[in-house]
Design a protein around this ligand. Structure first.
Ligand SMILES: [Zn+2]
Length: 567
């Protein structure tokens, strides 16, 4: 080795050492420890990420009720957060499982495989849910009750990447009242996911995560049963006149077995707490309060945000959705639920501030979907209505039988997906592409059906260049979707199983809040087009970790203080 090269190398080494020493002398002792522990590349200020989903929460809930929010809740986020006011899901269908899978994966159903809350499993010959798992056991609920896991979720999440990055030292926890909403955001290898079991009133999990519930969960369940809410009255938070922007309290469009008028007494019609009480409890603001209590217990019990390894807690509030389905977006009940969610969030934020410091925390808030007005409400105003799904399927069966001979052609109809019975096609020697065409033509004749996409069209990329077609393709996973996918016209709901619902590619279902708040966030209101799939890559960038495997989102650099942030 030439002498001058050696000398040169030595001087570089010396320089580097001096720079290192100099830098480390300037570091605060705590930061020094972090650097020494090999986490120098992680954004040191972020101790905890809290990912919040409000189930069925349209963007316009933030603006319609803005004057009625408290200082510490939504108003805090809207004032000091990065608020994206033009975020839309860019896939269809807009269902709970899909939105929750997107939230921390930055992907779409076409990549993460979560095409709905449920779908038809051809191999098993029956419907399956996005998280049901017969290979695992329920922990904390009834012995032998069905359990759940993320085994159908394809690819990684922010939580998974955090744990890769820290050799498992970052903690990742997901909680919700719904199993899918706890499980899917937490990802494939979190420390745990917990959901509410309405048959016992306990938070439960499954043997996918561990062989026994952690002590803090057992303690929470034994000390805090929701029984303290038994017989509680749910009244409007504000005076009656504050609700005049919504429909009358007892609007005829509302359909709920719990009545349609304030106040509501929460007892499930039972004399003592039992499954019917727990089921009614789930549809009240008390359930959100209870989930926030459980979030605090998780932070305490797991010691979240207490060390230099960034932890992730995902919290999904389900009560807003369960209520919204029965009362619709323009009800006083949904307005009050929104106002009370605001107060509950304020309490949770204050707690996090005291415990960990909001300046060391990033809060990312969104919704898994919005909701359409109740079809009868829309109809009264001259929009939409309901697609009669039975008549629709009968007309498709009739058209196919007319062409190929009498048979039963449709195996399943789930999420507006038609799954043909391939054995009928074989019996009748019917060509699949002709079956698709004839069925599609019949479907398009049904009132309220706007478009029909065939599996072969999507797989071969033969789609019309429309936004709707693109959204359907992004929501399509070949091994799980059906043969035909129907899209209703705006304000039309397929079927009559829910009073109000969602699932369409239209604004009222797709337009949701995307808000970041806390460490390193640049406050502002951003009207740039974006989607909830952008949340995961943005968080990944801020945390200096690799984005989730199937992330297709954009880094929302508008939200980041000092866009030239370096690791
Ligand atoms: Zn939902």
């Amino acid at each position: 080795m030439p002498k001058n090269f050696l000398r040169h190398s030595l001087s570089i080494l010396l320089c580097s050492l001096l720079i290192l020493l100099n830098v480390s002398f300037q570091l605060a002792p705590a930061a020094q420890r972090r650097a020494a522990s090999g986490q120098a590349s992680q954004n040191k200020r972020v101790r905890l990420v809290v990912g919040i989903v409000i189930d069925q929460f349209r963007y316009d809930y933030l603006t319609r009720f803005a004057d009625q929010f408290s200082e510490g809740g939504f108003r805090r986020l809207l004032r000091d957060g990065a608020v994206f006011s033009n975020a839309n899901y860019n896939f269809s269908p807009t269902y709970t499982a899909c939105g929750h899978a997107t939230f921390m994966s930055g992907s779409v159903p076409a990549l993460n495989g979560i095409i709905g809350n449920e779908w038809y499993d051809r191999e098993a010959g029956r419907r399956t849910t996005s998280v049901s798992d017969s290979k695992v056991k329920l922990l904390g609920g009834k012995e032998g009750a069905p359990a759940a896991s993320p085994h159908r979720l394809i690819g990684s999440t922010v939580g998974d990447q955090l744990r890769f990055n820290s050799n498992g030292r970052s903690k990742v926890i997901g909680i919700s009242f719904k199993d899918r909403s706890a499980i899917l955001p937490a990802g494939k290898r979190p420390n745990g996911a917990y959901w509410f079991d309405s048959s016992t009133g306990a938070f439960v999990s499954s043997s996918y995560y561990f062989s026994d519930l952690p002590d803090w969960v057992k303690a929470f369940n034994s000390q805090n049963k929701p029984d303290k809410y038994f017989g509680a009255k749910w009244e409007r938070l504000l005076s009656e006149s504050a609700y005049s922007r919504s429909l009358p309290d007892d609007s005829p469009y509302e359909r709920s077995s719990y009545g349609n008028k304030f106040p509501y007494t929460i007892n499930g019609g039972e004399a003592t707490p039992g499954p019917r009480f727990y089921s009614q409890f789930e549809v009240t603001p008390f359930a959100n309060e209870y989930l926030a209590d459980f979030a605090r217990a998780a932070i305490e019990g797991e010691g979240l945000g207490q060390d230099e390894f960034t932890d992730l807690l995902t919290v999904s509030f389900s009560a807003n959705d369960l209520l919204g389905h029965a009362y619709g977006p323009y009800s006083q009940e949904v307005q009050d639920m929104t106002l009370r969610t605001d107060r509950i969030l304020a309490g949770l934020f204050d707690y996090i501030d005291k415990k960990i410091g909001l300046s060391n925390t990033i809060i990312a808030l969104t919704a898994d979907h919005g909701v359409a007005p109740i079809p009868e409400h829309s109809r009264a105003l001259g929009f939409g209505g309901r697609v009669d799904s039975r008549a629709l399927l009968n007309s498709i069966e009739a058209a196919l039988s007319k062409r190929f001979g009498e048979d039963k052609w449709i195996l399943a109809f789930v999420n507006s997906n038609i799954y043909f019975d391939y054995s009928a096609l074989e019996r009748r020697k019917a060509d699949l592409s002709e079956v698709e065409r004839i069925a599609g033509e019949a479907a398009l004749k049904a009132p309220g059906v706007a478009a029909c996409f065939a599996r072969s069209q999507i797989i071969s990329g033969q789609l019309p260049p429309t936004v709707i077609a693109q959204r359907v393709a992004s929501g399509f996973y070949p091994q799980r979707n059906g043969d035909l996918i129907l899209v209703a016209e705006p304000f039309f709901l397929v079927g009559d199983s829910s009073t109000a619902s969602h699932g369409s590619p239209y604004s009222y279902d797709a337009h949701v809040p995307v808000i970041f708040y806390g460490a390193g966030i640049a406050a502002g209101n951003y009207t740039v087009e974006c989607s909830p799939a952008d949340i995961a890559p943005t968080l990944s960038f801020m945390l200096d970790i690799e984005p989730p495997s199937s992330s297709v989102g954009r880094i929302l650099s508008e939200a980041i203080k000092g866009k030239n942030h370096r690791p």
